[in-house]
Ligand binder design. Sequence first.
Ligand code: HEM
Length: 512
Amino acid sequence: MFVSVALFFASALLFLLLFQNRRAKDFPPGPRAIPVFGNLLQLNLESPLADMEKLAKRYGNVYSLFIGARPMVVINGVQALKESLGRQRCFLLGETKKPNGQSCRSTHAPGVVLADFGPCWRDHRRFGLMILRNFGLGKRSMEQRILGEIHTVIKVLDESVGKAMDPHLLFHNAASNVICQVLFAKQFDYDDEFMTFFVSLFHETSKIINGRWGMIYDSIPMVRSLPLPFQKAFRMFKAAHERRLQMLAESKQTRVPGKPRHFIDCYLDELDKACASLTVNRRDEDSTFSEDQLCALILDLHFAGTDTSANTLLSAFLYLTNYPRTQERCQREIDTVLDGKDQVSFEDRHKMPYVQAVIHEIQRKANTVPLSVFHCTTEDTELMGYSIPKGTIIIPNLCSAMVEEGQWKSHHEFHPENFLNDQGEFVKPEAFMPFSIGPRTCLGEGLARMELFLILVTLLRKFRFIWPEDAGEPDFVPVFGTTQTPKPYRMKVQLRGADMKNPNQTSSSNCD
Ligand code: HEM
């Protein structure tokens, strides 16, 4: 008996010694971690942001957590975020990603979101930006594409006039179609099978990746092959990969080299160039372009370009319906600036400081990508007096800057004046960083800003959006995730001309 008890305690001690998570000297401080789980059980996995805020108050703006056995450094506040993300030394490491990482892409290529900081990432980031520009970003044609898509959104809203409708799918469909026009030169019907497949892929997989299953998958490798919900995400990504291969095969059959119709054709032209250089120079290892990488890149742009913009638009209407005076003030500014014009242009934003301020305040409150994408140190480094070894995961807590005391006129309230100076001009404080900062800053920022402005202005010009009488109190706390989304809600749609006929119709919730 004595021997068994002694053996039990000896093995428990050995287990603790082997698996305990220790912080090295000068490593950022943090809560005590337990073997195997690390600090996982100390965080509310449904939404760890509040716990992370408390930890920052206790340990400072640079602190560490163990997720499983893996140490991670959480960066909070404008100063620390600028010092860390602004550097070239932070890069992204595919293998650390949640189930949306390499393993579930069904390709061996990293794409761009999860690519290490190196030639492959650099080439593809440059290529992606170049194509977005050539297909009209900053020029009129991208604007026309977005405005064209808005007509479809208006049709759907016209059918809902006088009723309460759930906008969730609508904005995902619209955002997906904008990026599909660049990727495939196609605008799908909202009930098209391709559209419903990809929109539900983004919706479903975000839920799985973002929730507790994503965290468990990340931190406890031994559960990865068990039949748990993340397997569904793997299956869906595999099916998505088949679709992309189909699109690629179709493009190859119908393309005319040198006359690209869309992103895929441009990429295939680039591959042709790489092959030509191979024949001339007899070296192919210099090119980072490949069909596998093309498939990964298409998924990155389609996913990142749909879920983020759509969820920001959903937050926009959640706030606008509950802050009717803010909505009306936007509409007055829009009416004045667009008086006599058929449609808005992106340039008009310079004449609409209040609308700009409202859009930015919506983004600040929406916190659509609260923890950015995790980064990783490429070499031993120092940050705010701490030593951080090479290979440490860095979690940029972007939302900590968006509510940082001292950075905003009002950091907790919905307060568009955060983005207006005393003269009523639009200003952007440096703490505003929804697209992150530094060399890995969002590649689609320009497109996203154009979409948000054109869609919101066009819809606010034509419609009035009302919080329904039977909807109860609004819940502004989003569902946590890599991309956060507002909880499902409905909104009532009214044609603005009808304001005059029914002046008593007001939003049942009035937060402003
Ligand atoms: C409101 C909308 C959007 C928000 C809030 C947003 C936010 C972000 C954030 C926080 C990152 C991580 C940056 C980092 O690692 O430090 C990111 C990366 C990225 N985003 Fe966006 N994004 C939005 C829209 C878009 C759109 C429309 C596209 C596609 C055209 C896009 C494509 C990407 C790509 C490809 C990356 C990876 C960049 C890289 O690693 O070099 N995003 N985005």
